[in-house]
Design a protein around this ligand. Structure first.
Ligand code: NAD
Length: 258
């Protein structure tokens, strides 16, 4: 049954004139970064509404930095998994137009994806809250954080979109364009509960795209939209789809990467 759906996804991607991927925290779980709603990790300890809201950061940056430092350490040491590599291969094969990601971990780019739209920003750069000057995450030492700007004295904040902050205009515009002009959308490892990101699969569907969902658990809100769900881990399913595509093109399977 699952194998049938994997073969169907391969055929649908080959048939589609434009396919985009919309990814969430679930695709990075196999890289060791916990998702929001999963049973384990960070978000059991830190309530996202309390720690990931811009009001909380402005009120008490030092408190929010307790959570940010843990996230930072995880992201800096994480490596892409076979799901990230599989999407990069699809792009390389000319079968994936873009990856719209809600993730802030940079793992799609690390795997080789080139057209990545970071809908919720990135942890890899930070800006001082007032003067907006940027710093590269790699240039900072974890033990020096949280840090204040020597010029404007505001706190450094990762360039991620906190709850209560607007989506960067370019990411918003590009994502909706990609969704509206796609014929197929792969919705991977997201509970699609965070808006406005969650509106992207809806918009794609309204404009006639096929929605192929890949998720560990069925999610009622996306299941209503999706044409079919391939239930399981993204790190297993995406490379299997790429393998089917290669097989149907008579190509050799790609050696495993991780
Ligand atoms: P979510 O936690 O709400 O949902 C994750 C989904 O992925 C769940 O449905 C879960 O069943 C599924 N999942 C878990 N492991 C999987 C696997 N191996 N393969 C396939 N599916 C798997 O995440 P969300 O919908 O992305 O919303 C969370 C928000 O938090 C996002 O906006 C994101 O910005 C942020 N976030 C990002 C990261 C990151 O950058 N890696 C991590 C945590 C949270």
């Amino acid at each position: 049954m699952k194998q049938d759906l994997i073969q169907k996804a391969a055929r649908d991607i080959l048939r589609s004139k434009k396919t985009v991927a919309f990814t969430g925290a679930g695709i990075s779980v196999e890289s060791g970064i916990p998702d929001f709603r999963g049973a384990q990790g960070l978000w059991k300890k830190y309530d996202p509404q309390e720690y990931a809201h811009i009001d909380a950061f402005q009120k008490d940056p030092a408190k929010v930095w307790l959570m940010l430092k843990e996230m930072f350490a995880l992201i800096l040491s994480a490596r892409p998994n076979p799901a990230h590599f599989g999407l990069a291969q699809l792009e390389e094969m000319g079968l994936l137009s873009s990856v719209i990601t809600q993730n802030v971990d940079g793992l799609h780019q690390a795997a080789g994806s080139r057209n990545v739209i970071e809908y919720h920003g990135t942890h890899w750069t930070l800006s001082w809250l007032k003067c907006r000057e940027k710093r590269e995450a790699r240039s900072l030492r974890l033990e020096d954080l949280p840090a204040r700007c020597p010029k404007c004295s505001s706190f450094l904040k990762p360039d991620v979109v906190f709850f209560g902050e607007p989506i960067p205009w370019r990411a918003q515009t590009l994502s909706f364009h990609e969704a509206e002009t796609s014929q197929a959308m792969l919705v991977i490892g997201t509970s699609a509960a965070v808006y406005p990101a969650a509106a992207l699969p809806m918009r794609a569907k309204e404009r006639g795209a096929m929605i192929i969902e890949i998720n560990k658990d069925p999610i009622p809100s996306i299941d209503l939209l999706s044409d079919y769900l391939i239930c399981g881990s993204a790190g297993e399913i995406i490379p299997a789809i790429v393998g089917e595509i290669r097989k149907s093109r008579g190509e050799e399977p790609e050696p495993a990467t991780a």
